[in-house]
Design a protein around this ligand. Structure first.
Ligand code: ZN
Length: 302
């Protein structure tokens, strides 16, 4: 130990003379600028959670779809466009609105790197009501599976390491911690959803396909590609749900409940509200599992 070391530090770090004048321009060229956190943008809150888990203090994350907003009606304001001025990296999630919006953002910020957060994940077809896989559309809700979130964690780590190679150790460590956490979460959810008397539920907006697939549940979607079904497909849907004795209908906070209530009443299903876009990703997934388990067992408030 060198007891006098702490007293040396202010001298080493402090301003020693002309080099530390009022503005950064007087800094010697050889001295690297002290950079703030890497400015990263994402589309939805669960992505923000994931990027922050891995980037820690080395990143600052802005999110396009804030709490309570819907990706289906999203239209960025000029102010929001401007607020993303310093964005160095954008993680996409394959959502519809990104297509239009990214072009505009790219035109303004040419050095921004765009990274598809889904990596090589194989996407499921987005099933329409009554006719599974009747459209070439793909289901974008991949983040709802913690196993697939591990793939995304790897994509985030690689992209951040490439942008800030000097922080590799931090990103690697955070990546391993996060992946461990996701593995644990996966086990917990599997446990919560074991031995249920029924495994089929209806969903107003089909956000739960990957979650259902992961845990042996079945989602019957009401809405198709952001559209409510017409009267004919709605009545077909209700017949099918009655036949299959579906007792649970999931709606999400961002959408209207009225059609869902109508269907729920016609079928005799309990309507529960779950949020696929909550920021507290891990806790929210556990909550989703618990609410579904309770409802599928026939309990829970409507
Ligand atoms: Zn959606």
């Amino acid at each position: 130990m060198v007891p006098s070391l702490p007293r040396l530090i202010p001298v080493l770090l402090g301003c020693g003379g002309a080099a530390c004048g009022g503005d950064g321009a007087s800094r010697p060229a050889s001295e690297p600028a002290v950079e703030g956190p890497l400015a990263v943008a994402v589309s939805i809150l669960p992505q923000k959670y994931m990027v922050e888990r891995i980037g820690g203090p080395a990143v600052s994350v802005s999110v396009l779809i804030g709490p309570g907003q819907s990706p289906l009606t999203y239209d960025p304001t000029p102010r929001q466009m401007a607020s993303l001025a310093g964005t160095r990296m954008y993680f996409t999630m394959g959502l519809e609105f990104e297509r239009a919006w990214l072009g505009r953002l790219r035109a303004v910020h040419r050095d921004m790197r765009v990274v598809d957060m889904r990596g090589g994940i194989r996407l499921m077809p987005l099933a329409g009501p009554g006719e599974p896989g009747d459209d070439a559309g793909q289901d974008p809700h991949v983040w709802m599976s913690p196993r697939l979130a591990r793939v995304m964690a790897g994509v985030i780590r690689d992209a951040l390491v490439e942008a800030l190679p000097e922080r590799r150790e931090l990103f690697d460590l955070n990546y391993r911690r996060f992946v461990d956490h996701l593995g644990q979460l996966h086990g917990e959810i599997r446990e919560i959803l074991r031995d249920l008397p029924a495994r089929t539920f209806m969903a107003f907006h089909p956000s739960w396909g990957y979650f259902a697939e992961e845990y042996g549940l079945r989602q019957i979607p009401i809405e198709s590609h952001g559209r409510e079904p017409g009267a004919r497909s709605l009545s077909r849907l209700i017949d099918r749900a009655r036949e299959e004795r579906v007792r649970v209908l999931v709606v999400q906070a961002q959408f209207s409940r009225s059609t869902a209530e109508t269907v729920g009443n016609a079928v005799g299903a309990r309507v529960i509200t779950l949020d696929p876009l909550a920021e507290d990703y891990a806790n929210n997934l556990r909550l989703v599992a618990e609410a579904l388990a309770e409802a599928l067992r026939g309990g829970g408030a409507s």
